[in-house]
Design a protein around this ligand. Structure first.
Ligand code: ATP
Ligand code: MG
Length: 485
């Protein structure tokens, strides 16, 4: 459950918040003044504070200033009426998470609250990098006993006492974000904020302003000054995820911040000084990007001082068994269920598979198998066909094609023809099985699992309309409550 504290002296606002956040997952407490709010915080330990800027008694800004003396991390959302945005900007400099203009629209409010809670969680949950598998505390840990992962742990340990920039590399799903959070949690800055920015998810022309802020009038649409993440996260840690996708001009600014701790807001000429630790990650080979002049060489060397390279899962198969047990327990715990067990041939097949999507893919396979398994034991049939094929062929990579039957290959080397062959091998286990509907059903379950039950996205993934998807869900009796959340 997430705890929200609303500090606002208007009864109306308190009332609407109670209505908007009337949910079993949220516990809302209200305070009518800054003073009262500050007293409540150590008692209720909220995950997020939302407060009005203008209140009788202590102002929102002063309340935030006092709060920051004892807690640098607690996310705070400020609400401000039109005309008081300057105060909101001051609040951002004090490390407020964001501000909302009143009157606010409810979907936007909910969305900001959700993302602030997510950020709070990332800051709060300590990622331990040598979790005791015997203990019951399974919440967040980096599991692995392979030599490759031991090296990763060693580097996290070495980084703990320094403020050095770190570059984390590895294929998609290898745990780069998890490692970044572990570095943060074990650093001297763990009592200061941590902000993660996915550089690939923000349009190129907006990223620079997101990171460094802008001055009023800097570009069309810049109607107000804006404080960027580097200023907001002063003294904290910034995680620049997918840094390989950053434009050259933003790279230049990042290099300058790393070298001198200064930058200018977009459209501004006043240097701003900050003290921020940068952790970067990418799944792109930066060396190649440097050679192609898409990534600045000097920035690459500056980032590469400490490099944490996470090996792909297929190069550390000894970790697979540990990860399976970890996910079985973690997922069971999150749903308040007893962990299911897993048949030995399933473990063997999972150990054989080549895992193009690495640990994330393994986690998804286990999550789905828990849902699909009818009894207490996960069987081979509860896993996707390519895993079954890996188990039965003993091959650790997809079946190679004869030269005459070239079908388009995807980047993992899998192709439709070899997948079809694997499916036939799987289908032969059950004479009554009708392969086309079985595959169709499976694709739908998988698409829904991968999109967390989002039917629009799942339909897109499947290349069918949403209406068709709905019909299929009904036809195949895919239990809504199990796979569609
Ligand atoms: N060693 C590990 N132990 C436990 N869980 C792990 C491990 N590695 C990855 N995970 C889990 O796998 C999922 C993917 O990890 P994460 O998001 O850190 O990967 P990533 O390398 O950042 O992927 P991407 O390149 O796709 O962004 C997460 O749910 C994470 O908790
Ligand atoms: Mg990531």
């Amino acid at each position: 459950m997430d705890k929200l504290l609303l500090i606002d002296d208007e009864a109306d606002v308190q009332y609407s918040f109670h209505r908007i956040f009337n949910s079993p997952e949220i516990e809302l407490t209200t305070a009518s003044s800054g003073e009262e709010g500050l007293k409540l915080i150590p008692k209720i330990k909220p995950d997020l504070v939302i407060m009005d800027v203008r209140m009788g008694g202590l102002s929102g800004l002063e309340t935030l200033r006092r709060l920051r003396q004892s807690d640098a991390k607690l996310p705070v959302l400020l609400m401000t009426a039109y005309g008081t945005t300057q105060t909101a900007i001051e609040a951002m400099k004090l490390g407020a998470y964001d501000y909302l203009l009143k009157p606010f629209d409810v979907p936007k409010l909910k969305q900001i609250v959700a993302s602030a809670l997510e950020a709070a969680r990332a800051m709060r949950q300590v990622v331990s990098y040598q979790p005791l598998l015997e203990s019951d505390d399974y919440e967040v840990g980096i599991v692995g006993r392979s030599e490759g992962m031991q090296n990763v742990f060693k580097l996290i340990g070495q980084l703990a006492s320094s403020d050095a920039t770190a570059l984390i590399t590895g294929e998609s799903g290898t745990g780069k974000e998890l490692v970044a959070r572990a570095v943060y949690h074990h650093s001297k800055r763990s009592d200061q904020p941590f902000i993660a920015i996915n550089c690939a998810a923000i349009p190129e022309n907006l990223l620079e302003s997101e990171l460094f802020g802008h001055e009023k009038g800097a570009f069309t649409g810049a109607t107000n000054q804006r404080i960027g993440k580097f200023e907001q996260c002063n003294r904290g840690t910034i995680f620049l995820d997918e840094i390989g996708d950053m434009s050259l001009s933003t790279q230049t600014k990042i290099l300058r911040v790393l070298q001198s701790g200064t930058f200018e807001r977009v459209g501004g000429n006043q240097p701003v000084q900050v003290d921020v630790r940068v952790i970067a990650a990418t799944n792109k080979p930066l060396e190649q990007a440097v050679a192609a002049r898409e990534f600045r060489e000097d920035l690459f060397y500056r980032l590469n001082v400490v490099r944490i390279q996470i090996p792909p899962l297929r190069e550390r198969r000894e970790d697979i068994r540990l990860l399976i047990n970890y996910f079985l327990r973690k997922l069971a715990q999150s749903q308040n269920q007893a962990p299911k067990s897993i048949a030995p041939e399933v473990t063997a097949a999972l150990e054989q598979f080549h895992w193009p999507g690495n640990v994330r893919e393994l986690e998804n396979v286990i999550r789905r198998a828990i849902v699909v398994a009818k009894g207490e034991v996960i069987l081979l049939g509860d896993t996707p066909p390519e895993i079954i094929a890996a188990g039965s062929s003993g091959a650790s990579s997809p079946v190679a094609l004869g030269s005459s039957e070239k079908a388009p290959e995807n980047e993992d080397g899998a192709d439709l023809a070899s997948l079809a062959k694997a499916l036939f091998r799987w289908a032969r286990q059950d004479r009554k099985l009708k392969i086309i509907p079985a595959v169709e059903r499976e694709l739908i379950i998988q698409a829904l699992a991968e999109t967390k039950g989002n039917q629009v996205q799942a339909a897109k993934l499947l290349g069918i309309t949403r209406a068709t998807l709905r019909k299929r869900v009904e036809k195949f009796d895919i239990k809504q409550e199990l796979s569609i959340r």
